[in-house]
Design a protein around this ligand. Structure first.
Ligand code: NAD
Ligand code: DAU
Length: 346
């Protein structure tokens, strides 16, 4: 595979995982040209790429993956041979408040990218998906062949996008791969998600709104390990195949919360129990034998990676403070004002 790959369209490359992936690829592949194609929604930020934007191998194009003409133009102009699609509306809570944009980007947007990939006969299409497409599992581990039973508008739209990828492989022979990543964390993580929200709230001595009993389980994956896993599957994954990509770090939300407070030297009295997320998945857990057989393994322990992440947020207030004082404030009010007003202490 790798030989034909030269000009990669990295859609959603100005977001959290996409920008970390861009950094990983520039460091590892001196001959690749990367074209970041990103709508710059509230979650997409050029600041995420500030240290690499001047690299002559990187080009930024502002555009919407659901806009066929814009995608066609980028593919034609930059002689794209490969698409790696990170672009998505990624926050479950926002998808509950406003399912429309999740459906448009995560389903229709993927369809448009696939159509353009078919039209131009691209070499490879990598869809970055999520373990949430499986739904919740009380015990055991999801395998790639298990049924998809998504429970939120976000995960349903991601599952829909993935199934379209499958159809384009089966029907048109498009060379596709899919990775289903688990809960990712690290530098440049938008502070609406559990880890960066709780780290930044704790720094400011603000309450940490923990949903329900806090006993939900997520499998945590450091963003650098996620980027390396996508790189491996992009180059070595079998056409039409799907790969689970999980960190193997199952933790209860309450334990993640306590770890963050401990690392920052802040009191547990900051924790508030608030009304649960509707349709909240109780547990995600992945069987990752397939990607491990390809040669991937996480290289960071959970505790070290969380410490590194907390340290990054402490040192990079320039990055997250402007976010938390902008559009975010209105979202925070909609999502949390009522919850915090009726919260109980731990
Ligand atoms: P993010 O919200 O930080 O970034 C998403 C990026 O996509 C932003 O730069 C945004 O501007 C861009 N975007 C959104 N809609 C677009 C559109 N219509 N056209 C072009 N660009 C658009 O997300 P993230 O956490 O980096 O997630 C990246 C991908 O990884 C997503 O597909 C997500 O479903 C998947 N994923 C995320 C996690 C996680 O824990 N964060 C885990 C597994 C899989
Ligand atoms: O599993 C992969 C998925 O992980 C990705 O596909 C999504 O894009 C990503 O957002 C993430 O989804 P989650 O819903 O698991 O992540 P989030 O950080 O929103 O929540 C993690 C857990 O913490 C979840 O059980 C809900 C809980 N939570 C979250 C927030 C924001 C709280 O208790 N309080 C909160 O304020």
């Amino acid at each position: 595979m790798g030989n034909a790959m030269k000009n990669l369209l990295i859609t959603g490359g100005a977001g959290f995982i996409g920008s970390n992936f861009v950094r990983h690829m520039l460091a590892k592949y001196p001959d690749y040209r990367l074209i970041v194609f990103d709508k710059l929604t509230y979650a997409g930020r050029l600041e995420n790429l500030q240290d690499v934007l001047k690299d002559p191998r990187l080009t930024f194009v502002r555009g919407d993956i659901a806009d066929r003409a814009a995608v066609e133009q980028a593919v034609r102009e930059h002689r794209i041979d490969t698409i790696v699609n990170f672009a998505a509306e990624t926050h479950v809570d926002r998808s509950i408040l406003d399912p429309d944009s999740a459906h448009r980007t995560n389903f229709t947007g993927v369809y448009v990218l696939l159509e353009v990939a078919r039209q131009f006969g691209l070499e490879r299409f990598h869809q970055v998906s999520t373990d949430e497409v499986y739904g919740s599992i009380p015990v055991g581990y999801f395998k790639e062949g298990d049924p998809l039973q998504p429970n939120s508008p976000y995960s349903a739209s991601k599952a829909g996008g993935e199934l379209m990828v499958r159809a384009y492989h089966e029907t048109y022979g498009l060379n596709t791969v899919v990775t289903r990543g688990s809960n990712t964390f690290g530098p440049y993580h938008y502070p609406e998600k559990l880890m960066p929200l709780f780290i930044t709230n704790a720094i400011d001595n603000e309450p940490l709104p923990l949903y329900g009993d806090g006993m939900q389980v997520r499998d945590w994956l450091y963003v650098k390990d996620h980027a390396a896993g996508i790189d491996l599957v992009l180059h070595q994954g079998g056409s039409g195949e799907v790969y689970n990509l999980g960190g193997g770090n199952e933790r209860h939300n309450i334990d993640v919360t306590r770890l963050i407070l401990k690392l920052l030297g802040k009191p547990e009295s900051l924790i508030r129990r608030v009304t649960d997320r509707p349709g909240h998945d109780r547990r995600y857990a992945l069987d990752c034998a397939k990607i491990r057989a390809l040669g991937w393994a996480p290289t960071h322990t959970f505790e070290d990676a969380v410490a590194e992440t907390v340290d990054w947020f402490v040192k990079n207030e320039w990055w997250w403070r402007p976010i938390k004082s902008g559009e975010f404030k209105e979202y925070y009010r909609r999502q949390y004002a009522e919850r915090l007003a009726t919260a109980t202490a731990l």
